[in-house]
Each structure stands twice: as C-alpha cells, then as structure tokens.
Design a binder for this molecule. Structure first.
Ligand code: TYD
Length: 216
C-alpha cells in the first residue's frame, strides 16, 4: 500500500508488555488529536477489522497456539493484512491519523524474540503484510514485567488470563527486552516511554513527542 504525500495521514502505534497502559494511552492520544481537529482512526491488533476480530478471539483463547508459534505468527499476519487492507491503508490515504494499539513489533517481540520464530520468517511475513507501511512513531511503553502483570491482574479482577497473560514471568521479561532492542535498532521510529509513571505524566510525554515530531 503506497502512501501519497502531502495529503496522506499519520500512523502512530503503541507497544508494550501486559499492563503497560498502552490501550489507555492510545485512547488518550486519539482524543487529543481529535480535539486538535484531526480526523482519527483509533484501532487495535489483533483485530481492528471485522474478520480480524474473529481471528483475535482464536488467538487469545489459545486455540491457535496448539499448532505452535509459527502458526500463531501466520495468523497474526493474516489478521494484520486484513486490517491494513480494510482499514489502515484507506484511512491513511484519506488523510486520517491512525492510532493503533499494537502492530508489527508485537509479532517481533512475542512470536519472534520470545516464542522463537526465526527472524527471517518474521521479516518475510512483514514484507508480505506490512510492506513499506511502517508507523511514523511507535511508542514503546516500558514497565518492569512484574509491575505490568500485577496491573493486568488488577484490571482483570477475577476473569481468567488470556493465553499471553498466562505466560511465565521470564517470558514477559523477554518481551520487554525485545521491545527495548527494537527501539534501539530503530531510534527514528521508536520512542521509549517510562510507563511506571502516573497515567497523566505518560500522556504528557507521549503528547510532547507527537507535537515535536508530527506537529498535529
Ligand atoms: P490484548 O488483549 O490486546 O492485550 P494487551 O492489553 O496486553 O494489548 O491482547 C493481545 C495479546 O496478543 C497480547 O498479549 C500480545 C499478543 N500479540 C502477539 O503475540 N503478537 C502480535 O502480533 C500482536 C498484535 C499481539
């Protein structure tokens, strides 16, 4: 999918481990951009399009996991392709500001660095699904795994953890490390934010970066 300047929109993604507050921060930013007069598409992965929301259910329940990590990477890719084709690509073309809760870095961190799908395969899936459509900014909301898991458990209040929340602490720590490594590899795109701070301060840090880099 090609982006056409100058009327093309902007693409901002949020990444981070469980309980890092991504979804809340993505929502706050989307509202702020709308108040600044921007046309906004707030969306999420896995999901974001009707067909991909069905795949989301299969992924989070663990039904895909029985086929192993590569199958899971493939299903995330199928969901992502439909999301891009049906929603994100069109929105950017129309000049909207797309704010997405998780995107390709989650596949790199969870299926790649943590579940062991080789980097070459992850790269190939990215080429097939994302092509050149990289986010303008990716916020990595960073929080120690233990703290994030405690927050996620609180939020869940008695509901069963999904297939990903249920992983051991060491795996969550690996996910955190993977996001930090991506940020180090791609400093032009990625910004690490200290997500242990109070919500309002995290939101301020995010807004500062958006103002500086994209002048909404
Ligand atoms: P979600 O309910 O969105 O959790 P969170 O609030 O933590 O974002 O669940 C999405 C889960 O899917 C999350 O644990 C990470 C996982 N995931 C992957 O493993 N690979 C991916 O490519 C994506 C988009 C998500």
């Amino acid at each position: 999918m090609q982006r056409h300047a100058p009327e093309a929109g902007r693409f901002i993604t949020f990444e981070g481990g469980e309980g890092s507050g991504k979804s809340t921060q993505a929502g706050i930013l989307a509202n702020r951009l709308a108040r600044a007069g921007r046309n906004v598409l707030a969306t999420r992965e896995p999901g974001g399009s009707p067909a991909s929301e069905e795949i989301r259910e299969a992924l989070l329940s663990g039904r895909v996991w029985q086929f192993g990590p590569f199958a899971e990477a493939l299903m995330f890719a199928v969901a992502r392709a439909d999301h891009i084709e049906g929603q994100i690509g069109q929105a950017l073309h129309e000049g909207k500001w797309v704010v997405c809760d998780r995107f390709l870095d989650s596949t790199r961190a969870y299926q790649g660095a943590t579940a062991g799908v080789p980097r070459g395969l992850i790269n190939a899936l990215e080429r097939l699904t994302v092509g050149g459509l990289l986010p303008d900014i990716t916020f990595m909301l960073d929080i120690p795994a233990e703290e994030g898991l405690a927050r996620a458990a609180e939020r869940r209040s008695g509901n069963v953890p999904d297939r990903f929340e249920n992983q051991e602490l060491t795996l969550h720590e690996r996910v955190r490390r993977a996001f930090l490594d991506i940020a180090e590899e791609e400093p032009d795109r990625c910004v690490v934010i200290d997500a242990s701070q109070p919500e309002a301060m995290v939101a301020e840090d995010v807004w500062e970066v958006v103002l500086q880099r994209l002048s909404p």
